[in-house]
Structure formats: C-alpha cells, structure tokens
Ligand binder design. Structure first.
Ligand code: GLV
Ligand code: MN
Ligand code: MN
Length: 410
C-alpha cells in the first residue's frame, strides 16, 4: 500500500480549522455546543460535502460523513473523534482524528481507490465533558449507554440545557442516535501522556483505555465574618475540601500502581477575602486500567468526604456523574494497526490510554482500536498541547493503511 496522505492538505486544514476559536496563547476554546463549536462543525460539514461525503447529523449532533463502498450494504468502517475542546484547550485533542479521517477519504478519492465497504468519518458530540457531564456523551448514546432525553436534560453550570444548546447551534439532527451495524471503529488521537516521546516512537498502538469515575461533590457549612468568628466555631466548607484534595492525592499514591486521582474543579462561595467559605462545589476524577482499583478508590474517597464533613461540622453531597469500565480493544484489530505500522516501517509502542475516548463506547458495539501519536512533553488539555507534524502525518498514514485493509474485507 504505497498511497499516502497529503501532509500539506492536512496541515492547511488543521490550521484553518484551529483558527476557529483560537486563543491568544496558541490553543483553542471550542467547548461543546458553543458558538465556536458550531463554526467548527459548519466548516467540517462543508469539507465533508466538498469531499463527496453524504452528511448525516443525528439527534445528539453527532456528524457523520459517508463514502459509499462498492458493496454499500455492508456495514461501514467508521473512523473519527471529536471537535469540541476543553476551555482554553489544545489544537490536537480530537481534531487530528476527525481531520485525519477526512484526509483518508480525500486520499482515496484522489487515487481513485474504491473500497468494498463504505467508510464513514464521524465527529462525536460532547467528548470532553467539560461543559456538560458526562463526557463521551454522543458516542455513549450511540452505543446505547445514554438515552437521548437524558442527554437533552443535562445542564451546564449556568443551567443551560444540552438539548436547547444543540437546537440553538442548529445541530439537533433527525437521524436516530442508536446502535447500528459497524464493521469496526478506528480512532487516531494524541497520546496526551509521556510514553511515546520517552520511547522515541512516532506511533502508539493502543490496546485499551483506563476505566474511570467522576464525582460532583459539595460541602455546605456556614458563612461568617473572618475577623470576629473564633476558630473553634467555624464550619468552613473550604477546609473540608482541602482535606479531600489531600486525601485524593494520598489514595492515588498508594491505591494501585496506575491509579490517578484529581480534584480539578473547585467553586468557592462566596469567595471573598473576609468571609468564611459557606459552600464549595468540587469534582473528583479517579482512573486506572483495573476496575476494582477504581471502585476501591471511589469508596475510599467517599469515606474521606464524609469524615471531612464530620470533622468540620458541614453537610456533604457526592454524586457519581460518570463511570466507565476499562476497555481492552479487539485483538485482531489491534494487530491490523500493528501491520499498518509495519507496512510503513514506523516504530511503534503498544500502550493503554489513561485519557478517555469515544473508542471506549464504540468498543461495546464493534471491533475497535486506536492509533496514538506523541504529545511533546506529554502535555494535553492545555493550550501548550503540541505534536510534531511529521508524527501527525505518520499516524494518519497508519490509520489510512488500517482503514484500507478493513474496508476491503468482504
Ligand atoms: C477526556 O478528555 C478525558 O479523558 O477526560
Ligand atoms: Mn480527545
Ligand atoms: Mn480531551
């Protein structure tokens, strides 16, 4: 297979796409269903149509572009990722998987190559889960994990409904968001961690993804004056929270080799210099490749929240807003990715992903695998996210080879 993607075309698209919602510090700000997310979707749809793809938008705003196969009744090979970003996030996360899928189609078109099966490129809705939790919502609903009404009723911090925002940006489509027959799913993504860079390899063959749990938690104490209120009479929600932050660090450090834990969001009220914090809303994120490790850590964190509340005399609440089991990808499809890398003489590392991906839900529906490319300094979910362009191209070529071999299976 000596056909390769066009580095220049992909680069031009990448730069044009990331001008949408660009931040001053070199990242993008395109959270789910924002105006910038809508403009990114619009651009993608234009490009899909220009590449001859048939575009379908489903009830959750998942955008599919379909290239017909010689035998169009066969289940398609699906490739893609997401185009929503973190607040002030990076330019690569999700984007290279979607634009890489489009580049594959353009490459096949240019070379006049037909495939036996249809190929579909997808941009999943709300992968990041930063504005609306849970994350991986569009792919989760597609895989049958969430129903459409559940998704529509989710609200962001301002109380805005997912369904209303989807309608507002014009991406509440008609096609049902539900499982259907797929030959396989392949996703190209940045690693978002340090392993590939350390190995000096351009390509990662992903064998699975960590499971994780998210909590939305809160402490409610009593606001009071920071001057006259004696220390022993305080019910300080932030003091209780700081105990939990420390406990999460301790539990993650001791609860299992690959266990990681993060308190990533803390909202303090009234957040004033001379008022004792009355309420804190905060989040907890716990992950491991071993589901029992995650379960055990989740239980420990719940207990620590209750103890911290007791000590400080505050009320507490802890709601699980996300839980997904670890996934191990289809062995044969993983070997297809290995063969695709070998065909290009690309050196690769086999690894599992600590970051969540739409591929985790697709793995429930059909054989699934992923291709990673390195993240410089392992950095992601920030504006500094960076991948050397030649690595993006190498990963896209691996994806192209893997897609071609799957799309020609009868
Ligand atoms: C998604 O980006 C996640 O891993 O949280
Ligand atoms: Mn991503
Ligand atoms: Mn992400």
């Amino acid at each position: 297979m000596d056909t390769t993607v066009s580095s220049d075309r992909l680069r031009e698209r990448f730069d044009e796409f990331n001008a949408i919602g660009a931040t001053d510090r070199g990242g993008v700000d395109r959270p789910s269903l924002s105006d910038a997310n809508r403009r990114a979707r619009d651009r993608l749809v234009e490009w899909f149509e220009a590449a001859g793809l048939t575009v379908t938008v489903d009830e959750l705003g998942n955008v599919f572009g379909r290239r017909a196969g010689r035998n169009d009744d066969l289940p398609p090979v699906l490739v893609g990722s997401h185009v929503d970003s973190q607040y002030n996030g990076g330019r690569y996360d999700g984007v290279i998987g979607v634009l890489g899928g489009l580049e594959i189609v353009e490459t096949l078109n240019d070379a006049g190559i037909e495939t036996e099966r249809p190929i579909e490129v997808v941009a999943w809705s709300n992968e990041e889960g930063v504005r609306f939790q849970p994350d991986m919502l569009g792919s989760g609903a597609f895989a049958g994990k969430f129903d459409v009404e559940f998704a529509y009723d989710l609200t962001d911090k301002e109380g805005t409904r997912f369904g209303d925002e989807l309608e507002r940006i014009g991406y509440r489509g008609e096609a049902p968001c539900e499982p259907r027959d797929l030959h396989c799913y392949l996703e190209l993504h940045v690693e978002q961690g340090p392993k590939l860079e350390a190995a000096g390899h351009s390509v990662g063959v992903v064998e699975g993804v960590y499971g994780f749990v998210w909590f939305d938690a809160a402490f409610e104490g009593a606001a009071d004056h920071a001057g006259p209120t004696p220390m022993h009479q305080r019910h300080d929600a932030l003091v209780a929270t700081s105990d939990v932050v420390e406990a999460v660090r301790r539990i993650a450090g001791t609860g299992g080799e690959d266990l990681v834990g993060t308190v990533g969001s803390v909202d303090v009220s009234p957040n004033a210099i001379n008022v004792i914090p009355e309420r804190v809303d905060f989040t907890v994120d716990l992950r491991s490749y071993d589901d029992e490790t995650v379960d055990r850590a989740a239980e420990q964190v719940r207990r620590e929240i209750a103890h911290a509340a007791d000590r400080e005399g505050v009320d507490w609440d802890c709601e699980e807003v996300m839980r997904i089991e670890s996934q191990s990808f289809d062995d044969d499809l993983v070997e297809t990715v290995v063969d695709a890398a070998d065909a290009l003489d690309a050196e690769y590392t086999r690894l599992v992903s600590g970051a969540g991906h739409d591929a985790s839900y697709l793995n429930r529906l059909c054989p699934t695998a992923m291709v990673f490319v390195p993240s410089v300094d392992g950095v992601s979910h920030t504006e500094d996210e960076f991948t050397e362009w030649e690595d993006v191209v190498a990963g896209t070529n691996v994806l192209l080879n893997a897609v071609r071999s799957k799309a020609d299976e009868v």
